[in-house]
Every structure is written in structure tokens, then in C-alpha cells.
Ligand binder design. Structure first.
Ligand code: SF4
Length: 218
């Protein structure tokens, strides 16, 4: 897709949607990103899980354990019980314990501020690393989840097979002034309008720029 069209898409979504700190995002309202560590845990637990379930698990977890030391000390069964609302809670229990041990051993219990060090942690993939860099450490990499991956492919801004591939491309073609908050605008557009089962194209503010109908007919 040509640069001018991409810039116009960003121009419109940036006008249509607020950034999370302005719109009372539910993670923020429930304290899930009140510290870099909580944000990291919430993001790591969020894979293939609806946001409401992540919030339920994290509110319960952070009420009893909100530092790497606290979680590392928790009994496995207790931790499993606390994070049960999220998908794959058995696997995530083991990963979370190991991630906390790594944070303590490698980083003195702090969340590291580089993408490389984040990616080296158990259970942290590119999407989580980009989210943490963006929200906590002033990075401007656009974190791409399945919703953003779907939206960007429908629009024709990218034509990719995986969220990782989408992230690589979108981070190079997004104009610099939109990178910092692109994730927040795109995730709202994907959740409210360009929904998984039935996109609401008739209500969409970028309908005239989107290639979905054209691509779908091939
Ligand atoms: S026009 Fe339809 S497919 Fe394209 S971004 Fe809007 S809702 Fe999604």
C-alpha cells in the first residue's frame, strides 16, 4: 500500500480513538500497569485470553503477590488457582515462576529496559516485549497481537501470514509520529469495528482506504 494512504489511515484512527491513558483503559483502571512488573505479568498472561479474564486473574494475583519475589515464593498450586481464569494456566504457572526467578537472578528483581533482555525471559515473546518497551520504557515499537494482525491484513497495509511478520513490516512502514500510540488506536479499531467474525465495514472510518472487499473477492 502506498505511503500516503497509510498515513491517511493513521491520521483518521488517531483522531477517532483516544490513547489508553486518556480513555480510562480497563487495565489502567484495575492497576494492571501500575508498575512495569505488573504490566509484564499481565501481558505475559494475556496471550490467547480475553482481556476480562486477564483482569480477573491479575486482580486476584496482585492482591497477594505483586513482585517477582512474592510470586517466586508462591506455592505452584496456589499460583495456578489464582491465574486459573487465563488460557493455558498450567503452562503459564511454570513460565511465570521461571520468569520471576530470572528477573531476580539477572536483574535484581527489576524489569529490564531492553527488548533483548525482555525476550530472553521465560514466556516473553515479541508482542509482550514490544508492549513493555512501549508502555514502560518510552519505546515506539508497535506490538502486534492477532487482532492487529487481522486488521492490518484486511486493510492491505500488510500481506503476511503471522503476527511476527506483521510486526516487522508495520514497524517500518508506520510514519514516525504515529508509532508510539499505533498499537492503542489499532487495537480499539480492531475490537470495535474490524471485529473477527463480522467487520462493521459500513460504519468504518477507513472504508474508502481499505482493500478488504477487493482482497476478499480474489
Ligand atoms: S472497511 Fe471493513 S475490513 Fe476494512 S478496516 Fe474497516 S471494518 Fe475492517
Amino acid at each position: 500500500m502506498e505511503e500516503a494512504r497509510i498515513a491517511e489511515i493513521y491520521h483518521r484512527v488517531s483522531n477517532a480513538y483516544q490513547i489508553f491513558s486518556e480513555n480510562g483503559n480497563e487495565w489502567e483502571a484495575n492497576g494492571l500497569n501500575s508498575t512495569p512488573f505488573k504490566n509484564l505479568v499481565a501481558a505475559a498472561l494475556s496471550t490467547v485470553t480475553h482481556s476480562k479474564r486477564v483482569i480477573r486473574a491479575c486482580v486476584a494475583l496482585f492482591a497477594v503477590a505483586s513482585t517477582p519475589e512474592d510470586i517466586a515464593r508462591l506455592d505452584d498450586d496456589r499460583l495456578k488457582e489464582l491465574i486459573k481464569p487465563v488460557a493455558h494456566y498450567n503452562r503459564k504457572t511454570i513460565q511465570l515462576k521461571e520468569m520471576c526467578r530470572q528477573l531476580i537472578q539477572r536483574h535484581g528483581g527489576e524489569v529490564p529496559a531492553t527488548r533483548e533482555a525482555l525476550l530472553a525471559l521465560q514466556g516473553v515473546g515479541p508482542k509482550v516485549a514490544d508492549l513493555i518497551m512501549n508502555f514502560n520504557f518510552g519505546g515506539d515499537a508497535i506490538a502486534v497481537d492477532t487482532h492487529i494482525h487481522r486488521l492490518l491484513n484486511r486493510t492491505g497495509m500488510v500481506q503476511t501470514k503471522s503476527a511476527e511478520e506483521t510486526a516487522e513490516i508495520i514497524n517500518t512502514i508506520t510514519p514516525a509520529q504515529y508509532r508510539k500510540h499505533a498499537h492503542e488506536w489499532l487495537i480499539q479499531h480492531g475490537g470495535l469495528i474490524c471485529t473477527a467474525k463480522k467487520p462493521k465495514c459500513e460504519e468504518c472510518i477507513i472504508r474508502d482506504l481499505c482493500e478488504y472487499q477487493k482482497l476478499a473477492s480474489h
